[in-house]
Design a binder for this molecule. Sequence first.
Ligand code: 5GP
Length: 109
Amino acid sequence: MTANRGRTIFERIIDREIPAQIVFEDDDFIAIRDIAPKAPIHLLVIPKRHTERVDEITDAAEMGRLWLTAVKVAREQAADYRLVVNCGEGGGQVVFHTHIHILAGWEKG
Ligand code: 5GP
């Protein structure tokens, strides 16, 4: 069972209560720069609909839109990139609002 951790930092960013560097936004998703980048380019693609972790998304079309958005944003930033999803505390997840990491830019450095 997943504990109820309350409203996350990403919901507060989506609602403009906390600033973030936004690189993409549409009705369903927002993409921001990670505050503590682990690569030269480190973005987070975040669905606006709240789920705690990616495996709570059970609709194939919704999951497809999430991944297609991540790929589109990644391709706008770099030719090559890594997509990462941390799922659950044991998987390294810290913020319990579903997101995909885009890591890229090593070829420039
Ligand atoms: P997780 O480990 O949950 O997959 O990753 C959460 C990510 O969110 C981390 O890479 C962390 O640096 C990033 N992060 C945490 N708080 C903030 C914040 O307030 N603003 C932004 N832009 N990123 C954040």
